[in-house]
Structures are given as structure tokens and as C-alpha cells.
Design a binder for this molecule. Structure first.
Ligand code: NCC
Length: 279
């Protein structure tokens, strides 16, 4: 396999990756019951609705962001993307307080621990949920047997909060990402979907001119502490067990446009948005 350099890889991503969400055009989501609940504004158009997204931040939940004092820098971005139930309250100094988009896996909607319906963490932000459908992307099969049944909680939430932008990613998009990771990795990677981290990065590359990613590639503060908000230690959180996390990260590092020193001290990688790239 020819090893693509960063520029080529970026162009391949721009060419192949199209953010896609369920839109009610395909069965079983084309019924009257479903159709009316998908937001009218496509996910890749949300920025025209508010302000321009010139500089965007992706903030991972890694323990290594603790004691980083990156909060102010993170909050200076036009849009900030965070993951799952990672809090900002109490951690503002290190992770900031602004949240524009939250990417959530299907466990969040189902696991009572997260109190999805009432938790303020999920209010006043754009929500993007996903669930690992089978690779074949048979929507009917997926609908009948999702990994975690996010469908009913989604409908319930939409009825209660019809004005909030809340999307479900199309499994095709998720597996497109997996294909790109596998095509650019020598080893055979596990047939599991990429992490929410990689998914969020590609969403921001589709929406923003410039994407700054924090503590996805760990800084000098690298630690086995899984999340900055929890006292739980497991190196697999950073390197991966279920998700092909290590391989995602190697790809992202290959595309980094930022400075080595920023990666070292801030765990910061800079990637261009698709709209600004000349391929
Ligand atoms: O841990 P998680 O991820 O919520 O983290 C969000 C994203 O941040 C990056 N990360 C996180 C920790 C770390 N030490 N290094 C990192 O680089 C990763 O890119 C990660 O995707 C997920 O991807 O959705 C995941 O979700 C959790 C869990 O479901 C949620 O936190 C909800 O509780 C998964 N953990 C378990 O299922 C136990 C995790 O595998 C993936």
C-alpha cells in the first residue's frame, strides 16, 4: 500500500466523506410518524443560520486535558464541539464553557445514568446522535436491532424539544469513515465503527474553515486517566479497544497542519475545513 502524505489524505477525505443524517427519505424512516421529526435544516447548513464558523474547536474528553488551562483558548472559537456527557461546569479553566455541538453515542439516550431527557448538558446545543449499525447499512435491520435503542428516546425528545436541532447520523457516513481509516492503515483494523472523536472531527471539517482539536493526540500530559471528569483509569480510553482509535489518531496526526510545539504542550492538532481546501 502506498502511504499517502497528509495533503493527499486530506483531499481523499474531502472527496469521500459526506456528512449525512437521517432525513426521512428512506424506509423505515419515511413514514409520517418519523419524517416530521427530522430537522428541516441539514446539518452541514447550520452555520448559515447563526454566525460563520471560521475557527472551530473539538474538545475530547481525555484526562490529559486536566490542568491544561486551555479553557479560555477553547471558548474563543466560533463553535465548540464536545462529546457524550462530558461536563464543562467545574472544569471551565481547562475545557472552557462554550458548547455548540454535542456528538452523543446511542448509550447516552438509553442509559438512565445520563438522564438524557432532563439533563441541562443536552439543552441549548445542536445534538448529533449515532449508533453502530451493521456495516451493510441495512436501515431496516438496524431499526429493528440497534446497538442501543436510540429511536424511541429520540422521538420522545423531539416531541418535547421540537425547536432544538437534533440529528441522527446516517450509518453510511459512519462506515465511510471506517473505510477511509482501513484504506490508509497497513494492519487489518477491527470491524467496529470509529470513535465519536473521529466522527466529531469530520463533522467540524465539513462545517468550519479551520478546526483545532484538543487532546485527541495526547500532549505531554498524557495519562491513563480516562476522562477529565471521572476518576477512572484505563489506557484503552486513549489508545482504543472497541474503536479503531489508535489508527484514527495516526491518520489525524499525519494531516496535522499545526506546530509540533502546540501538539506537545496543548495536545492541539490543526486541520483545515473542507471548504477552504484546494484539491
Ligand atoms: O469516552 P468517550 O468516547 O465519551 O470520549 C469521547 C471521545 O474523546 C476521545 N478520547 C476520550 C478519552 C481519552 N482518554 N482519549 C480520547 O481520545 C475519543 O475520540 C472519544 O471518542 C465514544 O466514542 O462515544 C466513547 O463513549 C464512551 C461512553 O459510551 C460515553 O462516554 C458515555 O458514557 C465509550 N465508553 C464505554 O462504552 C465504556 C468509549 O469507548 C467511546
Amino acid at each position: 500500500m502506498e502511504r499517502m502524505i497528509g495533503e493527499e489524505l486530506l483531499c481523499e477525505l474531502k472527496d469521500k466523506i459526506k456528512v449525512r443524517t437521517l432525513d426521512g427519505k428512506e424506509a423505515p424512516f419515511s413514514t409520517a410518524r418519523w419524517k416530521k421529526h427530522f430537522p428541516k435544516i441539514p446539518l452541514n447548513k447550520i452555520r448559515t443560520n447563526t454566525q460563520a464558523y471560521r475557527n472551530c474547536a473539538v474538545v475530547t474528553s481525555a484526562g490529559s486535558i486536566l490542568n491544561s488551562s486551555l479553557g479560555e483558548e477553547i471558548d474563543s472559537h466560533d463553535a465548540v464541539l464536545r462529546f457524550n456527557a462530558a461536563p464543562t461546569q467545574g472544569y471551565e479553566k481547562d475545557v472552557g464553557s462554550k458548547t455548540t455541538i454535542r456528538v452523543i453515542n446511542s448509550q447516552i439516550l438509553v442509559n438512565p445514568e445520563h438522564k438524557f431527557n432532563n439533563n441541562i448538558l443536552f439543552k441549548n446545543v445542536v445534538l448529533v446522535a449515532w449508533d453502530p449499525a451493521p456495516y451493510s447499512v441495512n436501515l431496516l435491520k438496524w431499526y429493528k436491532k440497534p446497538d442501543y435503542n436510540l429511536f424511541l428516546p429520540y422521538l420522545r425528545y423531539r416531541r418535547k424539544n421540537p425547536d432544538q436541532l437534533f440529528y441522527i447520523l446516517h450509518p453510511k457516513f459512519v462506515w465511510q469513515l471506517w473505510d477511509v481509516i482501513q484504506e490508509n492503515t497497513q494492519e487489518t483494523i477491527q470491524p467496529n465503527p470509529p470513535s465519536s472523536g473521529f466522527i466529531g472531527i469530520l463533522i467540524m471539517m465539513s462545517l468550519c474553515d479551520n478546526v483545532n482539536i484538543y487532546e485527541y493526540i495526547p500532549s505531554i500530559r498524557q495519562t491513563d486517566l480516562c476522562h477529565y471528569h471521572e476518576r477512572y483509569y484505563d489506557a484503552a480510553c486513549t489508545l482504543g479497544a472497541y474503536h479503531p482509535l489508535l489508527y484514527e489518531k495516526l491518520l489525524v496526526q499525519r494531516m496535522n497542519k499545526g506546530m509540533e510545539a502546540d501538539l506537545y504542550t496543548k495536545g492541539k492538532v490543526i486541520l483545515p475545513g473542507f471548504g477552504t481546501m484546494k484539491c
